[in-house]
Design a protein around this ligand. Structure first.
Ligand code: NAD
Length: 286
């Protein structure tokens, strides 16, 4: 690495809080090295007070761009000179390209999810899926699934801000795409059972199973699942959440959030470098 960095090396960053656990620096730097690209990817953990300075600082330093993660994805919109359609529909930005001094933002999380489905031979186009949650990750997945041609999406949320966001997402989907989205209450278990029963895929896009909610699961028991249901979780640490454990025992095909993370990174990589990330090589480094 030391020999690779020169006076010409350009910076690509990651802004979030916390961020020290992130696999993104490893992913991108492995890919830059493999392709001989003169970039370096560094993570910056910063508090809200420093956000504006950091964003404009990236531009002043001539960085090629940066990723944005929790909790700044929505707030990033106000700094952008242009927001591409995926970012507009999600109301969030996870990737910024700095081109001729202009900050251009978009979201690649949804594309990452859809590419992960293709990687897993899970064809959801023209079919029905059920998604748990309406936060940042859930919104990105829901929007991209609708744009790409998923026929129907049942969105389950708890009461509160998420319900509002789910309703807004369903409205945007029906005005901008041909996907039919409906909003349901997580508390209504019979409804949950019914919606899952004719879905080809169930996705947990909440933080349940991660951090302070480690060990928890939004699906009451395995009778909600069936062997031909594909079950995914956006969480990749732990690698097997209680939902995936239950689904594996029920004979379902499953996938955690690692492939989504890999492919959202590959989409960002393409935006900054115009090159395809060598995903098979990068996957081995994770
Ligand atoms: P967020 O805060 O924007 O949304 C969280 C959602 O989970 C909200 O809808 C919230 O209401 C719901 N939720 C939380 N606790 C709940 C509970 N007990 N019961 C019901 N609903 C509950 O967060 P986010 O950015 O969407 O991130 C969610 C998870 O996705 C995190 O674990 C994050 O690390 C992961 N993520 C993974 C990827 C990836 O590439 N694999 C990308 C983005 C986010």
């Amino acid at each position: 690495m030391a020999q690779r960095i020169t006076g010409h090396t350009r910076l690509i960053g990651l802004i979030a809080d916390p961020i020290r656990h992130s696999k993104s620096p490893m992913m991108h730097n492995t890919a830059f090295e493999a392709l001989g690209l003169d970039y370096v990817y560094l993570a910056f953990e910063l508090g809200k007070k420093s956000l504006e300075e950091a964003v404009y600082g990236m531009r002043a330093l001539g960085a090629r761009g940066f990723n944005v993660s929790m909790p700044y994805k929505a707030e990033m919109l106000r700094f952008m000179d242009e927001v591409l359609p995926a970012g507009q529909m999600c109301g969030a930005v996870n990737t910024v390209l700095i081109e001729n001094g202009r900050l251009i933002g978009t979201s690649t999380d949804g594309e990452g999810f859809m590419q992960a489905c293709r990687h897993n031979d899970m064809d959801i186009i023209g079919k029905k899926i059920t998604i748990l949650g309406a936060g940042g990750a859930a919104t990105a997945i829901t929007m991209q699934a609708g744009i790409d041609g998923v026929d129907e999406i049942s969105i389950f949320t708890r009461e509160g801000a998420s319900r509002e966001r789910a309703l807004r997402n369903a409205e945007i989907l029906s005005s901008e795409t041909s996907c039919r989205a409906t909003v349901h209450r997580l508390e209504d278990q019979e409804d949950l059972r019914r919606e899952i029963s004719d879905s080809v895929l169930l996705c947990n896009a909440t933080g349940v199973g991660f951090g302070s909610q480690r060990g928890k699961c939004l699906i009451p028991d395995a009778s909600f699942l069936r062997p031909d249901l594909f079950v995914t979780d956006v969480i990749y640490s732990p690698a097997e959440t209680p939902l995936l454990k239950m689904a594996n025992s029920a004979g379902c095909r499953t996938s955690n959030g690692l492939e989504m993370m890999l492919y959202q990174g590959a989409a960002s990589f393409r935006i900054w470098t115009g090159r395809e990330m060598p995903v098979d090589l990068v996957r081995k480094s994770l």
